[in-house]
Design a protein around this ligand. Structure first.
Ligand code: PA5
Length: 440
């Protein structure tokens, strides 16, 4: 279960200020749970942990087993934004950080950029491997994954007689180019539910299938999410999502804290930061407001961003994702010469140093005027990832409603696409092409 601690905000906020924001969070909670607020046709994510049927889990496992039988040792997962970040976050968090996952294919990601070198080097790997592909696009028309898929598909079709068995499409139930193609080519498909937006889709097949293929237990992940959902149902001051929504909006609206940095002292959680940035950035960053979400990995980034966080412009607060238990044990040894002067740590676990670094950083940053929120999980496993995914999604809904924003749309994402299509001279964009060429 996710726990929250706001003690590191005490020097910055008065109790009565916080209480006022808890009342606002209660109202936002009612709006979310009443399902009458803005964007209420995109609330399907709220019950996913208890709605996902066993048959869907089994369908994901059937693909895994079928590809294992075909000797597949590389799965290319193609998607961008919400059709990519949840799966990547879970797989990076759960995988060994250096060795391949035993008994599972390597999972790599594509279609999340338009870099020619990236795709060329990806194809170097595909050519050396026994490959399969999962292509994910809710709309079925997003340029980045469409370009990558065209290239991967062409290669698979040339190399393998069973190419259509090596491609799975995850897309809309009825519409879109990918749905049409999948039907035409006979690909196995999974549906992204209509009422679940991309950044809230990690607990749909968008996240679940790649996570299963990488060798992880999605039943445990769904259980963690279901338990967290249960824990967040009560409208009380102890509700961690209400506390998080209240404090971050108070810091933003009353204390000039415009930037929230998600911190982890676990490098395997780097992509939790990437997933969280999309969730909060795309949900709240509109109509000229919203907290800017940033992320760092400490202690690594204390040696790059630490100076700014300690002494730069005082617009920051930090939310640290604490992991209570390390998976492994490494103890620091004693050295006869002690040239590095580390013998005072002999016999200590490395994790002890990590914790002291965490505590020391928290106190230093409080002294530097940076309020501290802590979100804790027991360990990094499927269960706790499911819980933290659900926690941040639910808290995001409460927080955005508190801010007066519809969390479930993303109108601003279209602006770059229109310009890109005009510059690429996409048919239908002739007038925009003429206009944009005058600007450059
Ligand atoms: O959250 C979102 O809506 C976006 O990040 C989308 O997920 C992203 O643009 C990919 O869209 P699609 O799945 O339609 O290809």
């Amino acid at each position: 279960m996710v726990k929250i601690s706001l003690g590191g905000c005490n020097p910055f906020v008065k109790k009565e200020e916080y209480n006022a924001y808890v009342q606002k969070a209660f109202a936002a909670f009612d709006e979310l749970q009443g399902e009458k607020g803005a964007g209420n046709d995109f609330l399907g994510w709220k019950t996913l942990p208890v709605d996902i049927p066993e048959s869907l889990v089994k369908d994901c496992e059937a693909i895994r087993d079928d590809w294992a039988a075909r000797g597949v040792n590389l799965v290319v997962v193609i998607g961008i934004g919400g059709s990519y970040l949840g799966a990547r976050c879970a797989i990076e968090a759960l995988s060994h950080q250096f060795l391949p996952q035993k008994g599972a294919p390597r999972v790599v990601f594509a279609g999340n950029n338009l870099s020619e070198d990236y795709l060329a080097e990806l194809m170097d790997l595909v050519e050396q491997s026994n490959a399969a592909c999962v292509v994910i696009s809710k709309s079925g028309t997003t340029t980045e994954p469409a370009v990558a898929f065209r290239i991967v598909k062409e290669y698979l079709e040339k190399k393998y007689k069973d190419a259509s068995e090596r491609i799975v499409a995850i897309t809309d139930a009825k519409k879109g180019a990918l749905k049409t193609l999948a039907t035409q080519e006979g690909y196995r498909t999974f549906v992204v539910p209509d009422n679940v937006g991309g950044r809230f889709s990690v607990l749909t097949p968008v996240g679940l299938l790649p996570i299963v293929l990488a060798g992880f237990d999605i039943r445990a992940m769904l259980k963690g999410a279901a338990d967290e959902r249960e824990a967040l149902l009560a409208k009380t001051e102890d509700n961690a999502a209400i506390q998080y929504a209240a404090i971050r909006n108070l810091l933003y609206s009353e204390k000039g804290k415009k930037v929230e940095i998600l911190v982890s002292f676990e490098p395997r959680l780097q992509y939790l930061g990437e997933w969280w940035k999309q969730l909060y950035g795309e949900s709240e960053g509109k109509e000229g407001c919203g907290i800017y979400p940033a992320s760092v990995i400490f202690t690594t980034d204390l040696h790059s961003m630490g100076q700014f966080i300690q002494e730069g412009e005082r617009v920051l607060f930090e939310t640290t994702v604490k992991v209570e238990n390390a998976k492994r044990s490494v103890v620091i040894g004693s050295d006869a010469q002690n040239l590095d002067q580390l013998n005072y740590l002999a016999g200590e676990h490395v994790e002890h140093c990590n914790r002291m670094a965490q505590l020391g950083t928290k106190l230093a940053h409080i002294d530097g005027g940076v309020p501290q929120i802590e979100i804790s999980i027991d360990r990094v496993d499927e269960y706790n990832l499911g819980a933290i995914f659900y926690f941040f999604e639910f808290a995001c809904g409460v927080s955005a409603y508190l801010l007066g924003i519809n969390p479930f749309n993303q109108p601003g994402v279209e602006a770059y696409k229109k310009n890109m299509f005009a510059l690429l001279r996409k048919p239908g964009y002739e007038a925009q092409t003429e206009e944009i060429l005058k600007r450059i």
